[in-house]
Design a protein around this ligand. Sequence first.
Ligand SMILES: Cc1ncc(COP(=O)(O)O)c(C=O)c1O
Length: 368
Amino acid sequence: MAVRDLDDYPWDAVAPYAQTARSHPRGIVDLSIGSPVDPAPEVVVAAIAASADAHAYPQTAGTSALREAIVAWYARRRGVPGLTVDEVLPTVGSKELVALLPLLLDITVGDIVVHPRAAYPTYAVGARLVGATPVAADDPAEWPEGTKLIWLNSPGNPDGRVLGVDDYRAAVARARALGAVIASDECYGELGWDGEWASAPVPSILDPRVTSGVRTGLLSVYSLSKQSNLAGYRAAFAAGDSALIARLLTARKHLGLMVPGPVQAAMTAALGDDRHVRAQKELYRARRAVLRPALERAGFRIDRSEGGLYLWASEGDDAWVSMGRLAKHGILAGPGHFYGAHFPDHVRFSLTASDERIAEAARRLAGS
Ligand SMILES: Cc1ncc(COP(=O)(O)O)c(C=O)c1O
């Protein structure tokens, strides 16, 4: 497998449905790609503007201020005290890290990369790029010998599944038995909604209840795209095992992929300000409270979705049939086919639309 062997970009297949949806007299309600629609926080915009004179190369490892902000954020927001600045690394977006991690970890032909059954497609792309075999399996007992990297994702995209401390402990035990690295993609970590996660924070893989203080082989991957509406900044980071972080840093020093200086300043500001994150979460909570019952009344069953930025729904038909029906109402969603082979009857609805568009979707789903 090589770059030339990558499939067509799956979202291109949605274009005809988007065209139908756009022709609705009251306009499209685009709930497909989870691209934030609310403004970047003022504190972040001010920070990037103040550092626009970026004449020098940025530091690959990140400025001290940024590394310290990441460390403080893990302690404050993710229940992970005691990281050091050598255990964190800013990255250019997390999609880029997800796609390149197998390469950066020397994973190669014949190795196995495990990812969730309902999964963000880039986990498999990164595996295939280096000739490794992606395997979709949630149960640690099913992770095969030969596995070198395991991707977890909590809260999950597309299904909103949240992993608790016991889930993580079982995953870490199995990974250690296999000698595999576990990377936990936690970019929706601030967005817990239902059940236990209505009141308790969504755990990180680096939570001491999971690690008992031993972070060997473990990486947590986070992004400011969603919590801070910074998808256009490509602002993300990884944290965990200091030896793995050092390997990634060395590779990145050779390859480039430096986070631009103004973005590092913006990230530092974002990580120091919890207020905008709380406010953004309330916007998504309100949109979810409108969209979820509207989908249920229209005949969709909502599965999982206890955390994250999406509603994972099925009306029992093939997703392309649902997509066609929704498009006639001017609503665009994401078909389950894009997230692996196991959920052809599911559709993903993103909460990343304005209050007005979400209300409009609810009206249309109710038939008016
Ligand atoms: C599970 C998951 N990981 C990573 C990403 C990529 O985020 P970023 O904007 O940091 O590249 C996304 C984006 O939708 C995602 O859903």
